[in-house]
Design a protein around this ligand. Structure first.
Ligand code: PRX
Length: 652
């Protein structure tokens, strides 16, 4: 039996991949354990159940407080406070401490633009840019506690903006540059941002995406924004509004290259990041400086075994939590060198990513199953053109990685040498929660077990704990990077996360635990779609559809998709007298694209006369989904219009 066949067999049987002893001894986590006489992973997990000891101990390795904390954490259901009494600012750890050491001349970011332009910024370069922008922000009146919207693509100015805000105690709220006007407007209005940082345009698949014009359209309805700062990226012509608009280069020119870092309380807010909910508008997840710094930095140091000499590439977008935690804050706290790439993974050719790995000698690559499946579809011939021998660890996040994709990644990218760290976490958790460490035996398709310092449990609908088997996935409070609530929505916070079972955080995921205590994530239990790893509420797309003048009602469901994980299927009821045809179908897709961004455009739009509803008028998405997938309909006793169910089947 050849070696690769044996891997196939192992994979099929979901057997364990054990890391070699030699490898294990070199890891950050094993060294930490050895120093403390901890012999095994199980012993580490056991010891880490003492959260105060564990998090207090590991915090020493990753952060420096201005003033030490008095208490590791306090749980006042449903809110946690971490490192109470500490004076802190995450920017101290991300930048200030490094410029006093040899790291000042170390590259923090290697940036490659889609057109091929390259910039390398050392820690000192980054420090200077951040200080100049922070001073620029102060000069236009931005101060501690103010919210600043950031709507930028994957260019170094995005982390620079985040750090400049954090430095002066302002709260950043980054909006993914793939969102369009509607998505931007909701987030900026809710956060009541005083300023918005953007750029003229950026490159995506060889075309320019005009961000500033989307900002102009959005700001008509967002009255809180007094200042717009525009970085010049694409040299596009833009419209200009005197008094409100400032060029980045003009605002920062001549600003001092030093700016004092605001000494905050460790629990002061660092950012608000919006994520989709099951109903209503996106919810603003709040994160604080201190706990978030410890939680993200420690998990990166241990899970990806980050060493000073490593080149780290987290190929996510900073507009999502993955980028916040693992492109911006954690790697900078650890003094790492990270790659930032602006463009599409397959532009101009499907080997773009592999070229980047080879060119910069990337050691650790962290991406999503969707991206892996896309590369898999193009075929390994593209990766085989390049020397990928620099890679030593791989990672996955955002969805469950299916065995085929795991295998492809392992064989063709990692060349059967690199372990795959499948990390389960959420915007709300801020950091990895269920994830292997490089010393953990892997089972392909499972993120293994909760990391030390975290506890996850599975409960059935009746609230009975399940040791082996499937149910709702809960986390036990608390962990350092845990959300500090939802911005301006305390009731929604309680209802969403803390009201199903007492004293436990409801993740919204279904999971199964096997005989070894390994978790297998089975997807969302609620009405949240996962499209290409991005979280989108069914409700949000339905609202966008209904905002079209010809649409009366809409229901949106997700259908399994080979590459994207899920595709978006919409059923639309038109207003009286409106004619369903292909032109309207196209128009509706484009309408959603304009309202929310391309990622939310339905893959299929079907016209129906009615959609299944309960007697109280609530659309039964569950029934629509079951119909489309040919699954059992379940309990339909509350259904008012059974004929609508047949119409769904007929339409598709
Ligand atoms: O359903 C889980 C899925 O992504 C959700 C969180 O989405 P978001 O807040 O956008 O954050 C994504 C990046 C952290 C989870 O509730 N998810 C995330 N990681 C995994 C996953 N599903 C399975 N396996 C994973 N490794």
């Amino acid at each position: 039996m050849s070696e690769s066949t044996s891997i196939d067999v192992l994979l099929k049987e979901r057997r364990v991949f054990d890391p070699s002893e030699e490898f294990v001894e070199q890891t950050n986590v094993k060294r930490w354990m050895n120093k403390r006489g901890i012999k095994s992973y199980d012993e580490l997990l056991e010891k880490a159940k003492d959260l105060k000891w564990f998090w207090g101990e590991v915090s020493k390795d990753v952060v420096e407080w201005y003033k030490p904390y008095q208490k590791v954490f306090e749980w006042n259901e449903p809110y946690a406070k971490w490192f109470i009494g500490a004076k802190y600012n995450i920017v101290h750890d991300a930048l200030d401490k490094h410029v006093k050491t040899y790291r000042k001349n170390k590259v923090a970011y290697i940036f490659e633009g889609e057109p091929g332009d390259v910039r390398k910024l050392t820690y000192r370069d980054l420090y200077v840019e951040v200080n100049k922008l922070a001073n620029g922000l102060k000069s236009i009146g931005i101060k501690k506690g103010d919210r600043v919207g950031i709507y930028l693509p994957m260019i170094p100015e995005l982390p620079i903006s985040m750090l400049a805000c954090a430095k002066i105690g302002a709260i950043h709220t980054v909006v993914f540059s793939g969102f369009s006007v509607g998505g931007l407007q909701k987030r900026i209005s809710d956060s009541e941002a005083k300023a918005l940082i953007t750029c003229d345009g950026f490159y995506r698949r060889g075309k320019i995406v005009p961000l500033k014009s989307q900002v102009d359209e959005c700001l008509g309805a967002c009255h809180s924004v007094e200042h717009v700062i525009i970085y010049r990226r694409s040299m596009e012509e833009i419209q200009w509004k005197e008094e409100r608009d400032h060029w980045w280069h003009a605002l920062t020119e001549g600003q001092p290259t030093e700016c004092p870092t605001e000494k905050l309380d460790a629990n002061d807010t660092l950012y608000i990041l919006y994520t989709s909910g099951t109903t209503g508008e996106p919810k603003g997840v709040i994160s604080a400086h201190g706990g978030y710094a410890v939680g993200t930095a420690l998990t990166l140091k241990w899970v990806f075994d980050m060493k000073d000499e490593d080149i780290w590439w987290c190929a996510a977008d900073i507009g999502w939590v993955t980028g916040h935690s693992y492109i911006v804050y954690a790697p900078l706290i650890l003094g790492a060198t990270s790659v930032i790439y602006e463009g599409a993974p397959d532009y101009p050719n499907p080997n773009r990513w592999w070229k980047i790995v080879e060119k910069y000698g990337v050691n650790i690559l962290y991406t999503s199953p969707t991206a892996i499946r896309m590369h898999m579809r193009y075929g390994e011939k593209w990766a085989n053109k390049h020397d990928l021998s620099s890679l030593r660890l791989l990672g996955s996040v955002g969805e469950t990685i299916n065995p085929e994709a795991w295998m492809w990644y392992y064989k063709h990218i990692g060349k059967e040498r690199c372990q795959i760290m499948d990390t389960w976490w959420q915007t709300e958790t801020g950091s990895f929660v269920i994830s292997p460490l490089p010393i953990t035996p892997l089972k392909p398709g499972s993120p293994t077990r909760p990391l030390p310092g975290f506890t996850a449990e599975v409960y059935d609908e009746g609230g009975k704990p399940i040791k082996e088997g499937g149910g709702d996935l809960y986390l036990l409070p608390s962990w350092p990077a845990m959300l500090g609530g939802l911005y301006k929505a305390p009731e929604r916070y309680v209802k969403t996360y803390w009201s199903k079972l007492p004293h436990m955080y409801l993740t919204g995921d279904k999971a199964r635990r096997d005989e070894d205590g390994y978790f297998w994530i089975q997807g969302r239990a609620d009405d949240i779609l996962k499209v290409a790893g991005h979280r989108i509420g069914n409700y949000e797309i339905e609202s966008a559809l209904v905002s079209h003048k010809k649409v009366a009602e809409a229901v949106v469901i997700g259908k399994p998709h080979e590459i994207k994980g899920e595709s978006i299927v919409a059923f639309v009821v038109l207003k009286e007298g409106e004619k369903p045809d292909d032109t309207l179908r196209k128009e509706l897709r484009e309408h959603v694209g304009r309202e929310m961004g391309k990622l939310a455009r339905p893959d299929e739009v079907w016209f129906v006369k009615d959609v299944p509803k309960t007697r109280s008028g609530k659309i039964m998405r569950r029934v629509v989904k079951a119909r489309v997938l040919g699954a059992p309909l379940g309990d339909i006793s509350t259904l008012r219009n059974p004929e609508a169910v047949d119409e769904i089947a007929f339409a598709t």
